[in-house]
Design a protein. Sequence first.
Length: 255
Amino acid sequence: MSMKNVLSRIISFILFLFFSIIANSQTNEINFQNASFESFRFSNEEDLIIHNWYNIELQKMFPIKTSQILHLPENEKYEVSTKAHHGNNFISLEVGENNTWGSIGQTLDEYLDTSSCYNFSLYLAKSDDYKNTRLLKKNPKEQDFLTPITLRIWGVDDEGVSELLAISPPVKNNNWEKYEFSFHPKREHIYFILEAFPFGGNYDFPNGHILIDNISVISYSKCNEKGTSILKEDAIKKEKDLKENAKNVINIRTV
């Protein structure tokens, strides 16, 4: 065997090992820490800190105080009738008439890859009863927060650039339902944010809430030839249909 053939085989073997290591180093899943909000601590008599989760402002990328609430079975001062889907606890994100909306986020274990598509799911619901005195500007007495709102899902990269990855329809179901999302990031995001927002992007905010529990892992999925997740194409069509029929949705304000 000639020296040229030997070198060629050695180079091929090294390249094979190199790409095998890269392929194996990329896991099939990205896990969320404290995905059912069971781990927390009290910072004082009333305020709670949910481990691994932060209230994150998209523009500044640091923890802030927003309308995110951890619901415990022994401490239901918000008169929420729903029980946890998994474990004992769940959270709610609120939208208030003072133009405040809730968000919560987490730093991922690895970056989202722009060459990959992803799937993940979580359970969402709206309580039959939900009262609160916070976030109110017109009437400082207890009011209902019952308008259905949407969940927006954001990715944020190291430079603080945000990208809207997915959006849910208005959550009107009173029982827990599994919502599945599929997305293809255009940037390498390391932060993952869940945000409550009025349907249609309307900034004349109603009083509403959304309940969240049992968040799944982020799993890799196949992309089509256009680089778009196959499942996301169906979601985009459903979102377009929802927006076209927005005026027919009861109790939803649209632009």
